[in-house]
Design a protein around this ligand. Structure first.
Ligand code: GTB
Length: 221
């Protein structure tokens, strides 16, 4: 069921990832595509993000944001959760299964994403520090701890708890950040899990839409 009012999200005017789909508007786009909710995108520059008008929507001056009528949200996790709550398709009907899917959404953001973010921070902001080379393997091993545990839990299942859910969407979105590092390949069931996420039609539509912002050409699909 589409919302009566078309939501508007914000995304980078010029994403530093050059259209690789790693910025956090991607997970929101993906959720909206999964549930079939049309949306609009307002592109913001780094400068505009820090202006009062944007900060009124996002106190930390970042993307993504989500506006729908008189509701304004920030935080990609809260936005994906809101979309999943308001539409069928991303959370199971059964109350316990729903609670477990929400648990995976939180686990993706609170347990798996932090060590992955540490690696990004180390690479982009700490590369010139004298201790960088020593710290890097420590940071990577913390990620491996989490990947090993996640891999053990996933086993040979397609998704983390039954059918694809908002929990899987968020977990795949978080793991995608590791693709270029090669670390995912150390866990074949996790790279297959991520590939299953990327193969979803809704993921592809979302990816093409964010790529089109970078290339300036309309999505092909
Ligand atoms: N916890 C918030 C959420 O989940 O929504 C974090 C939001 C956030 O970090 N937003 C980033 C942002 O607006 C964009 S996604 N940054 C601008 C700023 O803080 O001034 C983070 C991001 C940026 C770049 C890449 N990349 O180039 O690969 C990937 C992800």
């Amino acid at each position: 069921m589409a919302l009566p009012m078309t939501p508007t999200i914000t995304a980078f005017e010029r994403s530093p990832d050059r259209g690789r789909g790693l910025a956090r508007d991607m997970r929101v786009r993906w959720a909206l595509e999964e549930v079939g909710q049309p949306y609009e995108v307002r592109l913001v520059s780094f400068g505009a993000m820090k202006e009062p008008a944007h900060r009124a929507l996002h106190p930390f001056g970042q993307i993504p944001t989500y506006e729908e009528g008189d509701l304004a949200l920030f935080e990609s996790g809260a936005i994906v959760f809101h979309i999943a709550e308001r539409h069928a398709g991303l959370l199971p009907e059964d109350a316990n299964a729903r609670a477990r899917a929400i648990t995976w959404l939180f686990a993706a953001l609170n347990t798996v994403e932090p060590p992955i973010l540490d690696l990004t921070i180390a690479k982009f902001l700490e590369g010139d520090k004298p201790w960088y080379e020593q710290r890097l393997p420590v940071v990577k091993d913390r990620i491996r701890d989490r990947l090993g545990e996640l891999s053990g839990r996933l086993g040979d299942a397609d998704w983390l708890d039954g059918a694809f859910s908002a929990g899987d969407l968020m977990m795949v979105a978080v793991l995608l950040r590791l693709k270029a590092s090669g670390m995912l390949d150390e866990y074949p069931n996790l790279s297959a899990y991520v590939a299953r996420g990327e193969a979803r039609a809704a993921y592809k539509r979302a990816f093409d839409a964010q790529l089109a912002v970078f290339t300036g050409k309309p999505p092909t699909g």
